[in-house]
Design a protein around this ligand. Sequence first.
Ligand SMILES: Nc1ncnc2c1ncn2[C@@H]1O[C@H](COP(=O)(O)OP(=O)(O)OP(=O)(O)O)[C@@H](O)[C@H]1O
Ligand SMILES: CC(C)(CO)[C@@H](O)C(=O)[O-]
Ligand code: BAL
Length: 276
Amino acid sequence: MNVVGTVAELRAALPREGVGFVPTMGYLHRGHLALVERARKENPFVVVSIFVNPLQFGPGEDYHRYPRDLERDQALLEEAGVDLLFAPSVEEMYPAGFATRVSVEGPLTALWEGEVRPGHFQGVATVVARLFLLVRPERAYFGEKDYQQLLVIRKMVRDMGFPLEVVGVPTVREEDGLALSSRNVYLSPETRGKANLLYRALSAMREVAQAGGSVAEALRAGEGVLAEVPEFRKDYLALVHPETLLPLSDWVPGARGIAAGRFPEVRLIDNLEVYP
Ligand SMILES: Nc1ncnc2c1ncn2[C@@H]1O[C@H](COP(=O)(O)OP(=O)(O)OP(=O)(O)O)[C@@H](O)[C@H]1O
Ligand SMILES: CC(C)(CO)[C@@H](O)C(=O)[O-]
Ligand code: BAL
């Protein structure tokens, strides 16, 4: 595996075509490796980026303490058969004077994560647009775990005509249902025992849907699960349209449950298809 940190080195190392791309913020786990595996199956050349993007963190968020371990990540990617790792510095991605922002407007970015983390999706769209132009992939891989992010990237690609396909990959979970996330390392052993409550709430909503219950009944079931853990502070729990993310009053095919909130030491998000 070739490892590069500058734009010039990246350009020199890229083939003309056939690139599958997996953008990450590092501290890799089996979720990231599922994206890599899928990319390997579908592309002759796989590029992974590791960049903790300051633009997508708000002032009170965890940019400085975000977990980092490049050496371990490098070994995992090598083993996974990745061809090229791009791990730039902040100065390389955003040289002095960098002033451009890419912004997807409307409810897709204003709601949910966008409301809780103002400016977050502008930071994501800006870095992903820049990475797409640098890496020029034919396919780019994103996890369904960050479902709203996946939709925002799809929208940006469609609106701007980026010549690539966005591929969504199902969420990889721990045995008890907790979605894998780099931030799970912040969980204390005590909180880890309760951290699957988002998955349990989403699953309860799915059970109600499958049993023929209404949207309101499903939401009540989900809320009931969240209420079992008083130290969890909910940001949102909702049943939404799978493409617009607008709240539903009646079921539609692919209806999605989305949920996020905080334990004292970490913020968690999750989502699940609730209605087939
Ligand atoms: N459990 C998972 N299953 C599938 N894809 C995942 C999973 N976790 C993360 N991804 C995807 O990996 C890519 C890189 O994500 P990132 O590096 O932010 O990891 P993360 O584990 O989501 O970290 P964070 O703690 O920031 O949520 C994103 O497309 C993300 O959706
Ligand atoms: C897509 C991404 C790598 C952009 O920084 C990040 O938001 C992430 O890891 O999901
Ligand atoms: N995995 C999404 C990136 C973020 O939380 O900033």
